[in-house]
Design a protein around this ligand. Sequence first.
Ligand code: SF4
Length: 408
Amino acid sequence: MTRGREARPHIGIFGRTNVGKSSFINTITGQDISIVSDLAGTTTDPVKKSVELLGIGPVVLVDTAGFDDRSPLGKRRIKRTREVFDIIDVAILLITDNRLSDTDRHLMAAFQSEAVPFLIVHNKSDVIPWEHDAARIPADVGVVDFSSISGQDPRPVLRALEDIVPASAFKKQTLIGDLLSGGDIVLMIVPIDLEAPEGRLILPQVQAIRDILDNDAVAITLKEGEVAAFLKKTGIRPQLVITDSSIFREADAVIPKDIPLTGFSVVLARFKGDFEAYLAGTPQIADLQDGDRILMLESCSHQTSCEDIGRVKIPRWISRFTGKRLHFEVVAGLDTLPQAITDYALVVQCGGCMITPRQVRNRLKPAIQAGIPVSNYGMAIAYVQGVYDRAVAPFMKKRQAQSVKLKG
Ligand code: SF4
């Protein structure tokens, strides 16, 4: 499946200065690149670089310069650690000289408490050979003995990395393949209006087409105005219809009730959001009260095709549906929230097409832990347009089947 840069698995590279991060990165990527800041401890944002790793595929390496013994302790380091942990799927901790610094031990504890799979690479082994007992590393932590300076074969590192990566981050996943059988027909309804990007489809639409083809099914894409005539003229009865969420109500009216209908952003919500939390939180839109604050989380910091949806349409639809005076605040990118999460009565997350599943889930974690209802753009739209039950039904059937299987 095609992935945008930000949706690729993110690998954090950690290690104190002088452990040979630059040469390590050059060796495992087979390229002469440098993503490492020259001034350790001065970088305020992690530096990212898209690369291709042998046997693993496209990933984003995240440099964490500044996490070394000389960087200042305190709030700034903790904040940066938090930010990096929120975006990475897996970590590599470089050490040398059979030595773990206090920072290394702190990082290992944090990897474990944050459930970030990690690997230790003992680098520069040509200078000081690896001695497991000297470093006092717990036996269950994977260590690869390595020497990037002498141009060692990177495959042992890449194989070890492949072994610890979470399936959700690196393995090929399917958007809707589990709902399809070979030869099934999926009809996609895509408005080509002023908000549609010039000359192309948006990422979730392209991903859905590729997923349908990967699963030996048939993808038909139509504009909303052509759907009724197409179904009548051809007599085709699709096994699934996926619509742009902004026209849920129109699609609901035109697609016969016995044909499953959902939205691209509901598909994405199940694929990379916290679908169970969305299912629990979305109906709580009906309980909103006058004066409640609603946090809209957009995962792009640049201009997006969701801008109008998240900033104008969803606030208008939710306000109209509830009949309450509500305050909406939009936070773009992965920035810090403007106020405490407990100040909000509802959090609505975008589809997150440009970021990884772990990043979406970490973004929602504070709200879920605080007991704040969370929803998703597509699910919220479906709810306020009265098509929620229909939009989630295809996935509920799958969910019930899985639960029966587990019980059996
Ligand atoms: S705001 Fe969210 S859904 Fe929209 S393009 Fe960005 S990541 Fe994708």
